[in-house]
Design a protein around this ligand. Structure first.
Ligand code: XLS
Ligand code: NI
Ligand code: NI
Length: 433
């Protein structure tokens, strides 16, 4: 036991009336919503990097957080793991996620990185067995070290491609050893700063080949989890290749990887791409590539990835509505890829940020389930498209332009516009919140 969270109680569900800050108001893990326990709908995960590895820096200043585990030794890495698993238990989150670089000290070379990772993976395995906490996904950090400054798979230097491929292999091995349910690839620095020095065509091919190798390795090793790509339009690079869900879908098609890779969709990245979160979720669902979510919001004024804990229930409701319409999570879950504000120094800030985020998600999920069960929204949508269910509507899809032109002429088809009823539907949604 560390004493980092000393004095902070186990967080329990006390209901909306409680005055206790250290309690859930909406998240009752065992409560059944649409035939499933809330914990099985939401499948919460805490992110190691923001909560335990980030030191509070911004472009104008360095570290603000003081944590006893900051340091580049294996001993520090184990102390960090002790504190992390204590937090997972205080919150009773069933899952966590990590990058290799979050959990092990940086070595002098690939061999030392791998040894360090393997040692900490053994330590995690013991902790998972002792606590019952599971790994939602593992991933490789191929963007922080200076060797990755011009990309990983898309680097102009083939040695960086090789180093990246080898590192991904070790991270898939680590994920498998820990029983991880998914493996994530976020583009990191796979993109460019200026076309003046960039061979865009070559870089995209390199990224496609790397992804094929990842999928091949998954099959070779018998990994049962999902391979997930996390789209993001920019930051850190000015332009990122995995721009959004639709762009990644085209990329998967091009490299013959459809059916092999799903999406990990982050709320803040959707906003950066000029979409709503629910747009990206619905797009992934319709393309058959919905996998998992990173549930952290951006500040709408600042135009970068501020990675804040979610606190807006109406937004959560619309997001989980799309998740439920996709059939919910299978291997995926709700990962808080969210960090504290840099003035939130205390251990209790870290706990309360997660408590609020979990509660906002739970309230959103309940509202979404009510909307779906009530069926009014779906009925209104069905009504709007009802014409397509008639024999004439269906026939149109099987016709050609000539046939349709004669039909319009002969039957004097003269469509009358109908209201989209947006405000009425918005009013309806507000009734569930
Ligand atoms: C960064 C990404 C990153 C991924 C994991 O913007 O969200 O944190 O989730 O590499
Ligand atoms: Ni993310
Ligand atoms: Ni992000």
């Amino acid at each position: 036991m560390t004493d980092f969270f000393k004095g902070i109680p186990q967080i329990k569900y006390e209901g909306p009336q409680t005055e206790n800050d250290f309690a859930f108001r909406h998240y009752d893990a065992e409560e059944v919503v649409m035939g499933k326990k809330m914990k099985d709908h939401l499948r919460f995960a805490a992110a190691y990097w923001h909560s335990f590895a980030w030191s509070g820096g911004d472009p104008f200043g360095g570290q603000t957080f003081e944590r006893p585990w900051f340091g580049d030794t294996m001993e520090a890495a184990k102390l960090k793991a002790d504190a992390a698993f204590e937090m997972f238990q205080i919150l009773d989150v069933p899952y966590y996620c990590f990058h290799d670089a979050d959990v092990r000290p940086e070595g002098a070379d690939f061999a030392e990185n791998t040894r360090n990772l393997e040692e900490i993976v053994d330590y995690f395995a013991e902790k998972q067995a002792a606590t019952g906490v599971k790994l939602l996904w593992g991933t490789a950090n191929l963007f922080s070290h200076r060797r990755f400054m011009s990309g990983a798979a898309t680097n102009p230097d083939p040695e960086v491609f090789a180093f990246s491929a080898a590192t991904i292999k070790t991270c898939i091995d680590a994920t498998m050893k820990l029983g991880g349910e998914n493996y994530v690839l976020w583009g990191g620095r796979e993109g460019y700063e200026t076309l003046l020095n960039t061979d865009l065509g070559r870089e995209r091919k390199q990224a496609g080949r790397m992804l094929q190798m990842v999928v091949d390795y998954k099959h070779k090793m018998g990994f049962k989890g999902a391979i997930l790509i996390e789209p993001k339009p920019q930051e850190p690079m000015k332009h990122q290749y995995d721009y959004d869900v639709a762009t990644v879908y085209g990329f998967l098609k091009e490299f013959g990887l459809e059916g092999e890779v799903q999406m990990n969709i982050e709320q803040g990245h959707a906003i950066l791409a000029g979409h709503s979160f629910e747009h990206e979720l619905a797009m992934a669902r319709e393309l058959g590539i919905f996998g998992s979510i990173d549930m952290n919001r951006n500040d709408y004024q600042s135009g970068w990835d501020t990675d804040q804990f979610p606190n807006n229930v109406p937004e959560m409701a619309l997001a989980y509505y799309e998740v439920l319409r996709a059939g919910g999570f299978i291997t995926g879950g709700t990962n808080f890829d969210a960090k504290l504000r840099r003035q939130s120094l205390d251990a209790e800030d870290l706990i309360l940020a997660h408590v609020g985020g979990m509660d906002a998600c739970a309230a959103g999920l309940k509202a979404a389930a009510a909307m779906l069960e009530d069926g009014k929204l779906e009925a209104a949508r069905d009504d709007r498209y009802a014409g397509w269910e008639t024999a004439e509507g269906k026939g149109l899809m099987a016709s050609d332009l000539d046939e349709i032109a004669s039909k319009v002429l002969n039957n004097n088809i003269n469509p009358a516009p109908r209201s989209g009823r947006q405000e009425r539907l918005e009013n309806l949604v507000n009734r569930y919140l």
